[in-house]
Design a protein around this ligand. Structure first.
Ligand SMILES: NC(=O)c1ccc[n+]([C@@H]2O[C@H](COP(=O)([O-])OP(=O)(O)OC[C@H]3O[C@@H](n4cnc5c(N)ncnc54)[C@H](OP(=O)(O)O)[C@@H]3O)[C@@H](O)[C@H]2O)c1
Length: 213
């Protein structure tokens, strides 16, 4: 059982911009950051419910299909779930519609907890204010022999990395420069010393770097 992270970041290390508005909830650059990932067959099927087999099948797809494999529970931050954009909407159920791609319990770290949401396809969103290890223990109990993902965003991932609680970090480094936003690597000097590191370049130009304990 491992604690895993998978993130898309720009060449200059940003995992998200901070220009989101109610009219433009993902910001101007989100499409550029995730386009190669979204184009894969796995993401087309799992996120957009396109079962026609459409989507790319190269190196990016290899990582996209591994993304969901063997995960039994997830921890994510309040902002990734959308609570910072929808703080006063008790009916907000996340970005992913009625069939979120998770199919397992998702623990959303937030200082303003709300009732658990059970989706029809096995995804459960549980909201909690807890320490990193308390949230991870809850997720581990649910995941059993399977892995736990720290889903994002970069603030929560960085916290888990700094605490030494991540066994496998996969970053898809997209060859674009965002120049602004929240950087993944801040305050993580020397992180690589605790891992073996492997890189692979995809047809899209994305560099997949995997840190494994
Ligand atoms: N590039 C990628 O692959 C990727 C992946 C996932 C997400 N994202 C993007 O990342 C962005 C969000 O990331 P972010 O770094 O801004 O925020 P985030 O990590 O999603 O959430 C941070 C927030 O979580 C809550 N929180 C964190 N630790 C907590 C604890 N121990 N107890 C209780 N609450 C806790 C706090 O919110 P409160 O105090 O308000 O409750 C905190 O401000 C989104 O735009 C999303 O699209 C990118």
């Amino acid at each position: 059982m491992a604690v895993r992270v998978d993130l898309n970041i720009s060449l200059d290390g940003f995992a998200t911009t901070t220009d989101q508005t109610p009219e433009n909830p993902f910001g101007d650059d989100w499409g550029r950051l995730v386009s190669a990932y979204v184009a894969t067959r796995t993401m087309q099927e799992r996120v957009f419910h396109d079962t026609s087999g459409a989507g790319t099948t190269g190196v990016d797809e290899k990582y996209a299909s591994a993304y969901f494999e063997g995960i039994g529970a997830e921890v994510m931050g309040a902002a990734m779930f959308g609570l910072h954009e929808h703080p006063n909407d008790p009916d907000w159920r996340g970005w992913w519609g009625d069939e979120p791609p998770f199919h397992y319990p998702v623990y959303v770290l937030t200082h303003t907890p709300r009732p658990t949401i059970e989706m029809a396809n096995g995804t459960t969103f549980v909201f909690l204010a807890a320490t990193l290890t308390e949230a991870l223990d809850r997720a581990r109990d649910d995941a059993g022999p399977r892995d736990v993902r720290i889903g994002g965003g970069p603030t929560v991932v960085r916290d888990y990395l700094r605490a030494g609680l991540v066994d496998q970090l996969h970053v898809a480094i997209v060859p674009i420069l965002l120049g602004r936003g929240i950087r993944l690597w801040d305050d993580l000097r020397g992180l690589e010393a605790d891992y073996s590191v492997m890189s692979e370049v995809a047809e899209s130009g994305t560099i997949h770097v995997t840190f494994r304990r």
